[in-house]
Design a protein around this ligand. Structure first.
Ligand code: EPS
Length: 390
């Protein structure tokens, strides 16, 4: 069974992650993991905290000489902010204390979490709810990226929307154009308009949401299952993305747009091209019957504007029991570019489990052998006569 866990408060000493179930003998490129962590820290619209942090992975277990051992992988990303005396006094695990935060931010975990855990200081909720935690998800997802890439499965994304600025749709795009854009959109004109929108929101004391598209190439047919609801690949992918802070909607393929289409315009017709079965479209987004169908997986994700506004929203002071503006803390204006990278990580983490369920393997060699046998069998299925086929 493949599984992962993260722990860590936004201003505590570190973020910690455990990844259990990655086969032995995966050669890890640690530089690539750190480069992915650095990309998540970028993006136009990030706040002052990102000038303090320089996220880097440190392995504590499961890796020797740069290669996975098959044992649980334990990883740490330290919070540099914790090095300051002020933050340490607030957050030291044994002695930390400070003035309580009392005014919940509408849209944040503050209010529900305070009542749920019986915390009178909202800091005890917001520390874990903070999207700082996504640095560890990206770290673990970057390990999964290397596992999946060894199997020929790659994942990428671009930002599709920031506030009211909507990008043209790209079926194909050049990833270097995405990397060159501060808002991770491949079109320079769209990027400029998105940046201007973020500047305007910042000047108004406001925040902006938006959306991103994630695409997976190379996923073999038959990942996920129609056997039970919780095994369906669409549910697994959507659930993972909905588990990311700020995400409010996930669409696969045509998504919500399918509701208005007649059946004749909603599906992907089959045809033969020489001996190969081909499809002229990918309206299903690569998933049919809860299983991958061999086409790219295409997922669109919508995220809300973050709830920490410098021009505070109306709220209450839960201690004084009066109306009062929401707590204002240092924060970002727009996190959509970073969220796109975390979305990629969530998709990789989500796919690793059903991929391992199908191919298994305690070592990379075994997983790759199983994959090869399975794809060979699928390719030859209708070439053989029935007797050979059993
Ligand atoms: C966040 C608030 C900001 C962000 C943080 C998420 O942190 P701080 O309160 O320290 O300024 O920078 O994001 C990160 C630290 C990160 O690594 O993404 C929040 O309240 O969610």
């Amino acid at each position: 069974m493949f599984r992962y866990l993260t722990a860590g408060e936004s201003h505590g000493p570190a973020l910690v992650g455990i990844l259990d179930g990655i086969p032995a003998h995966l050669n890890l490129d640690v530089g690539a993991i750190d480069a992915t962590l650095a990309r998540r820290q970028g993006g136009y619209g990030r706040g002052a905290r990102m000038k303090i942090e320089r996220d880097e992975v440190e392995f504590l277990a499961g890796v020797r000489g740069g290669t996975t051992l098959g044992s649980p992988i334990a990883a740490v990303v330290r919070n540099r902010d914790y090095a300051t005396a002020k933050v340490r006094a607030l957050m030291d695990p044994l002695t930390g204390s400070g003035e309580p935060l009392t005014n919940p931010r509408p849209g944040h975990a503050d209010f529900a979490g305070a009542l749920k855990y019986r915390h009178r200081d909202l800091r005890n909720v917001l520390e874990r709810a903070s999207a700082r935690e996504t640095a560890m998800r990206v770290c673990l997802g970057a390990i999964c990226a290397q596992f999946l890439e060894a199997l020929g499965i790659s994942t990428r994304s671009y930002v599709q929307r920031i506030g009211s600025i909507v990008s043209p749709e790209f079926d194909e795009w050049n990833q270097t154009d995405v990397e060159a854009s501060d808002v991770r959109n491949p079109d320079p004109g769209t990027s400029e308009r998105m940046i201007a929108a973020i500047d305007a929101a910042k000047a108004a004391g406001d925040t902006l949401g938006g959306g991103f598209l994630v695409r997976v190439d190379g996923l073999p047919v038959g990942i996920g299952s129609n056997r039970q609801p919780n095994l369906r690949l669409d549910g697994i992918v959507a659930g993972a993305l909905m588990g990311l802070q700020t995400v409010k909607a996930v669409e696969i393929g045509l998504g919500a747009g399918v509701a208005g289409k007649p059946g004749s315009q909603a599906h992907d017709a089959f045809a033969y091209d020489d001996a190969a079965v081909v499809r002229g479209s990918n309206r299903a987004g690569g998933i049919e019957g809860g299983m991958s169908n061999g086409q790219p997986i295409v997922v669109r994700v919508s995220v809300k504007p973050i709830p920490t506004l410098s021009k505070a929203l109306p709220s209450v002071n839960l201690h004084a029991r009066t109306d009062a503006p929401a707590t204002v803390v240092r924060s970002d204006v727009c996190v959509v570019p970073a969220a796109a990278l975390v979305g990629e990580a969530m998709v990789r983490l989500a796919l690793t489990a059903p991929v391992l369920e199908k191919y298994g393997g305690d070592s990379m060699q075994e997983t790759l052998d199983n994959l090869r046998r399975s794809t060979d069998a699928a390719a030859g299925l209708f070439e053989q006569n029935e007797a050979e086929n059993v």
